[in-house]
Design a protein around this ligand. Structure first.
Ligand SMILES: Nc1ncnc2c1ncn2[C@@H]1O[C@H](COP(=O)(O)OP(=O)(O)O)[C@@H](O)[C@H]1O
Ligand SMILES: [Mg+2]
Length: 223
């Protein structure tokens, strides 16, 4: 069974007199442990698609399935599904400025109702795996861009999500730090079977993906 799928997604934005047809009957199937890349020009609708996949936005038509069950952003369980089953990584890290790296990583587990002790312990283990243990008590503004994205990835992982959705996770990084982030995504995928959908312009990450799709004029095509 597929991990995440969408069928016939349609999304149109209407701005005063302008209609932007962003997604036209988009279908996508993501299998467990698959690393999927989505490419496409700026403004073509990649973030819109990722937001719908992550139940942050609703399509005008079409369905989203997680492990074969239909899910929508409007269902009362949506916030809990997002927190427990879907990890998000964005272009900007969106870490909480006045929490330490370790507290930022622990946050989704605390929101899910875990004790502080357990969440902080798990956060410490993840920081070790990410080679960031020595930065545990640093605040986001004391970290480099690459380190901030590693913390954002650790935070996305802490509840052991079914899938991680990453929206141009290296869009704001120089090539060296981008490489670090790709390396982590690749290891999480290979060593732990973590499922990913990654929006990226970067051919390097697309190079080791299982499937690469291009979004163009609202249509998603397998490359
Ligand atoms: N809330 C919105 N209202 C109106 N237009 C929007 C909205 N969000 C995105 N758009 C438009 O939809 C198109 C796709 O946006 P987006 O999904 O962010 O593209 P990408 O991530 O590929 O750069 C763009 O033309 C954008 O301006
Ligand atoms: Mg975008």
């Amino acid at each position: 069974m597929n991990r995440l799928s969408v069928t016939n997604l349609c999304k149109t934005y209407v701005d005063s007199d302008q209609r932007i047809e962003v997604l036209r009957n988009v279908d996508l199937e993501v299998m467990p442990s698959e690393l999927v890349c989505i490419t496409g020009q700026s403004g073509c609708g990649k973030s819109t698609l990722l937001h719908i996949l992550g139940l942050l936005d609703s399509p005008d038509a079409g369905k989203v399935f997680l492990n074969g069950m239909e899910v929508t952003s409007l269902m009362p369980e949506a916030p809990s599904i997002r927190n427990l089953k879907i990890g998000f990584v964005f272009q900007f890290h969106y870490l909480v400025d006045d929490l330490t790296a370790r507290e930022n990583v622990a946050l989704p587990m605390l929101i899910a109702g875990s004790s502080t002790g357990r969440a902080m312990q798990k956060a410490a283990e993840l920081l070790t795996w990410f080679d960031m243990r020595h930065r545990a008590n640093h605040y986001p503004n004391q970290l480099s861009g690459g380190e901030q994205q590693r913390i954002a990835l650790a935070r996305a992982l802490i509840n052991q999500p079914e899938v991680i959705l990453a929206d141009e996770p290296t869009g704001n990084l120089d090539p060296e730090h981008s490489l670090e982030v790709y390396d982590i995504i690749g290891r999480l995928n290979r060593d732990f079977g973590q499922t990913f959908v990654v929006v990226t312009h970067d051919p390097q990450l697309a190079g080791f993906a299982d499937s690469v799709y291009a979004l163009q004029n609202g249509v998603l095509m397998l490359e």
